[in-house]
Each structure stands twice: as structure tokens, then as C-alpha cells.
Design a protein around this ligand. Structure first.
Ligand code: SF4
Length: 374
């Protein structure tokens, strides 16, 4: 009956029936007018929205989790543009080119970013369910200043030729926004490559659009297979977890997809002990294993979310380690062009001065990070 009503409302034929998730995407909250249906927009927010050239917006579902009257609401701050996005002190221009080594000597298709020998990031789309204001990949998905050619077959051919690869991270944008048949194609083609042992998906949809975990998606991604799929999502605040999230995660797990979380440490959103502990406890409660806590990368225009580097280690020490289940503890890292580097206490930090840290990776190579004073 529900489906029939939906078809009538949208004048769809039976063949063109759309799922709830597609209706959510068609009705993205991405104009001032629509945003005002969810919150009382402040004059500052309105000015920032009117002056931004960057993409912004989210699903109606995720928008409905915002507090109507509190501009400091943790979900609202991830959704609504701020004038501070125009400022940039610590961000690196052309950050994604630098981070994914896109300008090095190896000749790779646009879809392939590389930091490691045995695994690569396979970028297949540049649209998202939410355009996070703190996004590290913002040049590709939010600012749209980086244009890639999304030739999936070209990427698959390159992966096939590189027998040193074991693991592929399918990313975007949000790869779960592709239609089921395209996801099925990518998964099937990757599984046919003899040297591929594991597939990972990076997707925020279990959090911002849990409706996407449909029976159809479970069919194309799920089931027993010797090349498993791991899905890492991004949940940054306990308010983002609802009954719908819990059901979506259960549906993923019960069809054979492992689910982890990659939180981002965000000033004013999750950088206090109480929120941080509650986030990681609630994640476990709905069966998501906390995997990473990311220090904010030096992408441009996101300085207002930066914390001191020590903050993440302090939160793990004060909110998780010894205070709650060890399963709730993520690995605190910063992702760099030479790979992820742990930022746990005194770990791999070579030296620091007033301006910067010098960090060491697993091969003994070094890189730098700005020293943000509290
Ligand atoms: S969902 Fe991921 S890629 Fe998309 S805007 Fe958010 S952080 Fe960036």
C-alpha cells in the first residue's frame, strides 16, 4: 500500500518504482528554503549559505536530527556552511593531489589514489548523502575544484595489471549512492581478479541515509564469499545514532558485511570526554566496532574544526582506556600522503616545536603536522 501511494504521488509506473533512499536523495535539503523547514536559520548561517560557492546539503532524514534552535547542535554544524570556511591557515591547496600522491611518477587512472604497496583507494563517484563541512576530500566533493574522470573499467584494468595489490578501498564521494547494478558490477569484477583478497567500502550512508541498506543492496553485496567486504562508516556524535541506524547495521552484518567506524575529531562536536565516551559506547551498542579516530587532515577551509593534536589521545585516555570496554577504543591516527600514522601518546612523534610536529611512518619516513596551540 505504501509503495502504491508513493507511485501515485510521483506518477511512477510499476517498473519505475523508487526506494525510500532514492526519494530521500531527490529531496535533499540543500536550499535555504528547505533548510528553514528543519531549523530556525540564524542570520550568520544565512549569510554563509548565500556567500558559499561550495556544495552543501543532506538527506531529509539526517536534517531531521538537527536541533531547531541551537546553532551549536553537533549535527547542524556538520551540515550548515559557516563563514569560517572562507578562512584558511593550516590547509594545503590541492590537498587531495598531495595526499593521494596523484602527481607522482606512477601513471595511474584518475580513479586510483595510492599511499601503500598492497592497497589503493578506488574513487568511483563524487556525490554524497551529506556534504560534511569538515570533509578531507572536499576539493573533490564539496568545492568541486578537483575533477576526476570516473572511468571504472579503466580503474579495474589498472588494478588487474597490478598483482601486488591485495585490498581495494572503494570510495568517493559515497560509493553506496551508485545504483545496485553498478555496485554489483564493481564487486563482481574485483572478486574476479585473482590477487584481490579483500574489498572495503567507505560510506556515510548507514548514518545519514540508513534507508540505503535495502534488500537489493544486501543481495548484491552480501552472502558468503572468500573475498570479504568490510564497510567503514563515519559517525561523529552519539546523536547521529537512531533505531534506523541500528537496523541498517544489523542488516549489513547479517548479510555478511563487517561494519566499523571512522570518526573524525571535531572541535566543538566530539572533543569532550562525555560525548566521546557516549559515542563509542553507543557505536558498540549497535554493533559497530570503532576503528579509527582521525585527526583533521590539512584540507583547506576546515581550520575551525581543528583541535590540538594531543586532544584525541587525551580523550582516549580520559574517556575510553580503563573507563569502558577496550572494544570501544579506536586507533587515533592522522592520514597522510605517506600513509596513516598513529598519534597515540608519545607514539612515533619524533620532535615538536612551537610551529610543527615531525612524525615518523612505518618505514621510518617523516612528515610534518602544524602544532595548534590551545
Ligand atoms: S560523506 Fe565523506 S566524502 Fe562525503 S562530504 Fe562527508 S566526509 Fe566528505
Amino acid at each position: 500500500m505504501k509503495d502504491q501511494n508513493r507511485r501515485e504521488q510521483k506518477n511512477l509506473t510499476v517498473e519505475e518504482t523508487v526506494d525510500d533512499w532514492q526519494i530521500q536523495m531527490q529531496n535533499q535539503v540543500n536550499t535555504l528554503e528547505k533548510l528553514k523547514e528543519y531549523i530556525n536559520v540564524t542570520s550568520e548561517e544565512e549569510k554563509a549559505i548565500k556567500s558559499t560557492k561550495a556544495k552543501w546539503g543532506t538527506t531529509p532524514y539526517f536534517a531531521s536530527l538537527m536541533d531547531r534552535d541551537n546553532p551549536n547542535d553537533p549535527i547542524r554544524k556538520q551540515i550548515v556552511p559557516s563563514k569560517q570556511e572562507q578562512e584558511n591557515e593550516y590547509g594545503i591547496e590541492n590537498y587531495l593531489i598531495h595526499k593521494e600522491n596523484r602527481a607522482d611518477d606512477e601513471n595511474r587512472p584518475d580513479t586510483i589514489g595510492r599511499q601503500y604497496r598492497d592497497r589503493i583507494a578506488f574513487t568511483v563517484v563524487n556525490v554524497c548523502g551529506i556534504y560534511c563541512r569538515h570533509c578531507f576530500r572536499k576539493e573533490l566533493v564539496v568545492d568541486k575544484s578537483l575533477e576526476l574522470r570516473f572511468d571504472v573499467d579503466e580503474g579495474l584494468d589498472w588494478i588487474r595489471e597490478h598483482t601486488e595489490l591485495r585490498e581495494i578501498l572503494v570510495t568517493g564521494g559515497d560509493p553506496l549512492l551508485l545504483p545496485d547494478d553498478q555496485i554489483e558490477y564493481i564487486v563482481r569484477k574485483l572478486r574476479e581478479i585473482p590477487h584481490i583478497e579483500m574489498i572495503r567500502f567507505g560510506s556515510r550512508l548507514p548514518i545519514v541515509l540508513p534507508h540505503r541498506i535495502t534488500k537489493g543492496l544486501q543481495r548484491v553485496m552480501g552472502g558468503y564469499h572468500k573475498i570479504p567486504i568490510w564497510l567503514n562508516t563515519q559517525c561523529n556524535h552519539p546523536k547521529e545514532i537512531t533505531e534506523k541506524t541500528a537496523q541498517a547495521v544489523w542488516d549489513l552484518l547479517t548479510c555478511g558485511i563487517n561494519v566499523g567506524n571512522q570518526a573524525v575529531l571535531l572541535k566543538g562536536i566530539n572533543d569532550d570526554v562525555e560525548t566521546f565516551q557516549s559515542l563509542h559506547q553507543k557505536l558498540l551498542n549497535i554493533r559497530i566496532r570503532p576503528y579509527y579516530l582521525f585527526y583533521l587532515e590539512p584540507a583547506p577551509g576546515i581550520d575551525h574544526f581543528r583541535t590540538p593534536v594531543e586532544k584525541g589521545a587525551e580523550l582516549i585516555r580520559d574517556a575510553i582506556r580503563g573507563h569502558t570496554s577496550g572494544l570501544a577504543q579506536p586507533m587515533y591516527v592522522v592520514a597522510t600522503n605517506i600513509g596513516k600514522i598513529p598519534l597515540m601518546p608519545d607514539y612515533y612523534i619524533q620532535s615538536k616545536d612551537q610551529e610543527k610536529y615531525v612524525l615518523k611512518n612505518y618505514k621510518g619516513e617523516t612528515t610534518t603536522l602544524p602544532n595548534i596551540l590551545d
